[in-house]
Design a protein around this ligand. Structure first.
Ligand code: BES
Ligand code: MN
Ligand code: ZN
Length: 514
């Protein structure tokens, strides 16, 4: 992974000698300029010649000499970025998103000029808390600057560019607050980048063993404890769903467990992620077209492990346990067959109607095992679980299903704040009926209608009364809404939700469900 430095420096604007200096320009309600006084004379002349007005999404790049006002500037280029009328926006979440988007646009401009060092003047006006500007602009730049070059022998884009190496936030006031915002942005962005990198790995590049290696590595460098359940452990424990899905594969399955425990004993949050490193469908084989995308079927697992990286750095005051059941779904000679009956951890039996509905099989075991072993106060799972989630919500909202209104509400609020929007779908006994089996307790498909809900109801059978939320990220894990800071390909969706949810955690006040 590329390691872009994000630093806050107290350099004066004139002292910055990097490739590109950026200044932000907002407008007040009268259309007047709100920004750094230093640039006011320049702005006024640009406005006079109608070159630039400060509207949202507007940019202008200038080269030296910068005219009579700025003989002293040492940067190679100067970029003015318009933010529009910030004061007219009352919703802080909308402002945050505007900044992320502006950050993504700055990263794009850096790419087109092959800029490696960028300096951003932190404006000294009060339209937004300074901490917010630095944090969300940096998040947008770091996420927008993402590229996956591991398998390119030249380690560069087609145009020879390898991305930013240093971002400097130039601040003269509120330096401490801006630093802490920058640290948060860097922790979130690094975790998202980890998740995107994992997702970009093909099925032969990231196997269940690579998942476990990654977690072991994290536990060596951060205050996390890693346990790997091997196939024999799974057989001993009775994790029948994972064993069943893995039957047709030559790659050994792994259950990856990472635990973070604060000094003070307290509540526990359990995160579970689907780590299906390639989903061929198994014997219920998927059509060839689009099958390649099923290398992304591990995005839930990647999100959960990546969030643990941030947890290890930020050390929240709550215990966090992550479990990723990891296997691929192949159609080898020993593979699971339609009609087979399996027994999950805890004893529930399930009739396999389609071997392609494999995500719920591995998640059911992980949820049941995790809840019994760690007694969490709440559980959140992330999974690219159903095509049905895409039919329902497209690529713009992620489906949320939960047995607990308060937990669902909190997650929706966090999703909105992160611009990773969630839309809640219902659960209900009438959907459970669709997964009743003639010969076993349940079956693993519920027919065409409401496929996203019946999949969630399958999982629901394994969580008991623990407050639980399920995020079906099938539509958002890749091809997520086009934005300046969301690249084509995997988005890292859900990582920022998890991190923000944990940052906001104070105490569990979710009533348990009966
Ligand atoms: N991984 C897929 C779901 C998926 C499909 C995610 C397309 C993203 C894009 C999952 O394992 C699956 O195959 N689900 C089936 C379930 C069905 C057989 C009940 C589906 O959604 O078609
Ligand atoms: Mn499948
Ligand atoms: Zn799958």
């Amino acid at each position: 992974m590329k390691n872009t430095k994000l630093v806050v420096s107290t350099k004066k604007v004139e002292e910055y000698s990097g490739d590109l200096l950026v200044t932000l320009v907002a407008l007040d309600e009268q259309g007047g300029y709100v920004g750094d006084d230093y640039f006011r004379p320049l702005l006024e002349s640009l406005v006079q010649y109608k070159e630039f007005s400060g509207k949202k999404d507007e940019q202008i790049q200038l080269y030296p000499p910068f005219g009579p006002f700025f003989g002293k500037l040492k940067c190679r280029r100067l970029l003015l970025v318009g933010l529009g009328c910030l004061n007219a926006i009352t919703d802080l979440n909308v402002k945050k998103e505007l900044l992320r988007t502006a950050g993504g646009a700055i990263a794009a401009q850096c790419k087109s000029n092959k800029v490696t060092n960028v300096g951003i003047c932190m404006p000294n006006y009060s339209g937004l808390p300074d901490i917010t500007i630095g944090e969300f602009l940096s998040e947008g730049i770091l996420l927008g600057d993402y590229r996956f070059l591991k398998y390119k022998t030249k380690k560069k884009d087609e145009d020879g560019y390898a991305g930013l190496t240093k971002i400097e936030l130039l601040a003269t006031t509120h330096v401490k607050a801006i630093r802490s915002g920058a640290t948060k942005a860097s922790n979130s962005a690094k975790a998202v980048i980890t998740a995107r990198d994992m997702a970009n790995e093909p099925g032969n590049g990231l196997t269940p063993s690579h998942f476990s290696q990654y977690a072991i590595g994290l536990a060596e460098s951060l205050p996390l404890r890693c346990t790997i359940l091997e196939k024999k452990d799974m057989i001993d424990l009775g994790l029948g769903g994972i064993i069943a899905v893995n039957q047709g594969s030559d790659e050994p399955p792994k259950v990856v467990i990472l635990e973070y425990s604060p000094k003070q004993k307290g509540e526990t949050i359990l995160l579970v992620g689907k780590g299906l490193t390639f989903d061929s469908g198994g014997v219920s084989l998927k059509p060839a077209q689009g099958m390649m995308d099923m290398k992304y079927d591990m995005c839930g697992g990647a999100a959960v492990l990546a969030a643990m990286e941030a947890v290890g750095r930020e050390k929240p005051a709550v215990r966090v346990v992550a479990i990723v059941p990891a296997t691929d779904n192949m159609a080898g000679g020993g593979a699971l067959k339609p009609g087979d009956i399996i027994t999950h951890y805890g004893g529930i039996t399930s009739e396999i109607e389609s071997t392609d509905a494999e995500g719920r099989l591995i998640l059911a075991d992980a949820l049941a095992y995790g809840i019994e072993k760690f007694h969490p106060d709440c559980v959140i799972d992330l999974a690219t679980l159903t095509g049905s989630a895409i039919f329902a919500l497209g690529h713009h909202y992620c489906a949320l299903l939960s047995n607990n209104d308060k937990l669902a509400e909190k997650l929706i609020a966090v999703g909105t704040a992160c611009a990773e929007p969630l839309w809640r779908l219902p659960l209900g006994e009438m959907y459970v009926k669709q997964i009743k089996s003639q010969v076993a307790d349940i079956k693993n498909t519920g027919g065409k209608p409401a496929g996203c809900i019946t999949a969630a109801e399958y999982l629901h059978q394994f969580v008991g009364s623990t407050p639980w939320a399920h995020l079906d990220i099938a539509g958002t894990a890749w091809d997520f809404s086009e934005k300046t800071y969301i690249p084509k390909g995997p988005s890292g969706f859900g990582v920022r939700i998890l991190i923000e949810f944990l940052r906001r955690w104070e105490t569990c006040n979710f009533p348990t469900v009966d």
